[in-house]
Write a protein that binds this ligand. Structure first.
Ligand SMILES: Cc1ncc(COP(=O)(O)O)c(C=O)c1O
Length: 404
């Protein structure tokens, strides 16, 4: 499934640095932005750069309409029941913190995560442990990195109030069997939040089919602007949460003594917003839906199978996570014997503008537990090609034969 024709939509790829093209393989960190997204944001800044939701003049009305149109597109993207279930945040991190702080957790309540969480779905639970005495427990994965339903079932008891789990891991691209996990949790009336930062950009998401209670993701990882995230929540649950960041636009009425808060999503969207970003977000969702998430996923899988085949032929390389690339979406993380991952990343960038990620990828807890100093990570998106993989492998082989 070649999506090569879409490369032309990404102006950043239409340049050379020091006479060489750019090979951007750091897509699990952030994706590049296509022209329609850039145009939508430029249009806001050049044609109607006012606030939304408050003033009644023409510019403000246009902003309000454009933001709500964007919300509808995100609703469609995740197939939620209605747009009021879509809260705009700054990023996935904020969505997770919002739920953690608003869901009414008390001392002794248990939050379960996997053993491979991004710090964004780990540090909030540590903070709440220190602040109010919740307990955070970890469900260990199987030895091959896949999800252990047995370990999950063994960890469930009456004190568990929330499962907050990474849907697709940024460590190795593995996606947990979320629908089954949610079913098991719901049988015991336990709520489930998924960290969808790495799933929403790469797989078709259907929050109704998943029956997930909360789903947090970041728009900058799906061709959209920086500084925007989304928290989906079932409406009744959102309605029952206490607000998180309050102020202008979150209240229906205030007196000197009291504030009466609006209904979701407004009660969670305090203050003037990143309007250009919100408008660009809807455009990004439309852009991806127009191509088709299934096609994007297939394209990434093919590239991942291709890179895996070739990495498997390099004896110094050890791939992290399940050996089968079909279980790792568009991400491959690996270590190289006797080489520091940052050195590899630096040299690839230096010699061929190959931009990848090295280090612990904000999953320090997993690396520290395993005693691994970090990994090299390549992460594909719709604009990557097989010939980019060829160049990456050629340069990696050169580096290994020179330095290892
Ligand atoms: C799995 C996962 N969760 C959460 C995040 C945090 O996303 P953000 O920094 O946009 O909030 C990331 C970012 O890399 C991620 O990969």
């Amino acid at each position: 499934m070649s999506l090569e024709r879409y490369r032309a939509d990404f102006p950043v790829l239409d340049q050379e640095i020091e006479g060489k093209p750019i090979i951007y393989l750091d897509n699990a960190c952030m994706t590049l932005k296509p022209q329609p997204v850039i145009d939508a944001m430029n249009e806001y800044y050049t044609k109607y750069s006012a606030c939304g939701g408050r003033s009644i003049h023409k510019f403000a009305t246009k902003v309000t309409v454009a933001v709500e149109e964007s919300r509808k597109r995100i609703k469609e993207y995740v197939n939620s029941r209605n747009s009021n279930e879509i809260i705009f945040t700054r990023n996935a991190t904020e969505g997770i913190n919002l739920v953690g702080n608003s869901i009414g957790l008390k001392s002794g309540d248990v939050v379960l995560t996997t053993d491979r969480e991004h710090n964004s779905n780990l540090a909030p639970w540590h903070l709440l442990k220190n602040k109010i005495g919740i307990e955070h427990k970890v469900v260990e994965s199987n030895d091959d990195g896949t999800f252990s339903m047995n370990n999950l079932k063994n960890a469930l008891d009456k004190n568990v109030k929330l499962l907050s789990m990474v849907h697709t891991s940024n460590l190795d691209g593995y996606t947990i069997p979320a629908e089954d996990v949610i079913k098991v949790a719901h049988e015991q009336d336990i709520l489930v939040m998924l960290d969808g930062a790495q799933s929403a950009p790469h797989h078709a998401i259907d929050v109704q089919k998943l029956d997930v209670d909360f789903f947090a993701f970041s728009i900058h990882k799906m061709c959209g602007p920086t500084g925007v995230g989304v928290l989906y929540g079932k409406y009744d649950l959102l309605d029952g949460l206490s607000p998180f960041i309050v102020g202008g636009d979150t209240v229906e009425k205030t007196t000197y003594e009291t504030s009466l808060f609006l209904k979701p999503p407004s009660k969670f969207e305090g203050g003037l917003q990143n309007y250009a970003g919100l408008i660009g977000s809807g455009e990004a969702a439309k852009y991806l839906m127009d191509i088709g998430l299934d096609k994007i996923e297939q394209h990434e899988l093919e590239l991942n199978e291709y890179v895996t085949e070739q990495l498997n032929e390099i004896p110094e390389v050890t791939i992290i996570g399940p050996p089968d690339p079909k279980l790792r979406g568009g991400i491959t993380g690996f270590t190289v014997k006797d080489m520091n991952p940052h050195d590899i990343a630096m040299i690839l960038d230096e010699v061929a503008n190959i931009m990848i990620r090295s280090g612990m990828h904000c999953v320090h807890s997993w690396f520290n537990a395993k005693g691994i100093e970090g990994s090299v990570r390549v992460a594909f998106y719709l604009y990557n090609t097989r010939s980019e993989v060829d160049i990456f492998i050629e340069k990696l082989r050169e580096i290994i034969s020179t330095f290892s």
